[in-house]
Write a protein that binds this ligand. Structure first.
Ligand code: IMP
Ligand code: MG
Length: 180
């Protein structure tokens, strides 16, 4: 039987085994970096980060908490950089004394993450770092510090493993390039 995503898929960019191996590595690296550091909190940016988070959290050997945030962004005027980002769902956990690790699916312009960073910084966590599965560096409009990157990718529209194609196929177990 043909998979439902097949008509929309141009090619597989990162296969399931490669993804799983890299997420395992990231989990090991994060576990080593945060050992003896105090309270670790992973903050997943919904919805795209949810599959990555659910695999990553199981490869982190330290005790840690997870929480979720959601944002909406829209364009104000016609300049791309005049985009406005708004909170759709806020955290339940207080950030005081927490070492925060933001878990994101992909960084494109960086405008969403710039907003998230400033917002969370103002809540005075013990530290704040960023972990993204995918990085489209060529699309960056603002400078943001990224501490953990799964894969650097080219400027192509991708989906699967949490990333959607018109809200669908987040469950595809690999990262694919969408047909244009
Ligand atoms: P930024 O604020 O431009 O960095 O936007 C990042 C957000 O745009 C990501 O969290 C994704 O939700 C979405 N996005 C950017 N590129 C892609 C893509 O290739 N596929 C699916 N979603 C994408
Ligand atoms: Mg996202």
């Amino acid at each position: 039987m043909r998979a439902a995503y097949e008509p929309f898929l141009q090619e597989v960019l990162i296969d399931e085994a490669t993804l799983q191996a890299r997420v395992r590595q990231l989990g090991a690296q994060i576990s080593a970096d945060y050992a003896n550091m105090g309270d670790l909190l992973l903050i997943c940016i919904l919805k795209g980060g949810v599959i990555f988070l659910s695999d990553l959290t199981r490869h982190i050997t330290l005790p840690h908490e997870i929480d979720f945030m959601a944002f909406k962004s829209y364009h104000k005027g016609d300049r791309k950089s005049s985009r406005v980002v708004r909170i759709e769902r806020d955290l339940e956990i207080d950030l005081e004394n927490k070492h925060v690790l933001i878990v994101e699916d992909i960084i494109d312009s960086g405008l969403t993450l710039e907003f998230v960073f400033k917002l969370l910084q103002a809540r005075k966590p013990a530290s704040i770092k960023l972990c993204t599965l995918l990085n489209k560096a060529s699309r960056r409009e603002v400078d943001i510090p990224i501490h953990y990157v799964g894969f650097e990718i080219e400027d192509k529209f991708v989906f699967g493993y949490g990333l959607d194609l018109d809200e669908k196929f987040r469950n595809m177990p690999f990262i694919g390039v969408a047909k244009s």
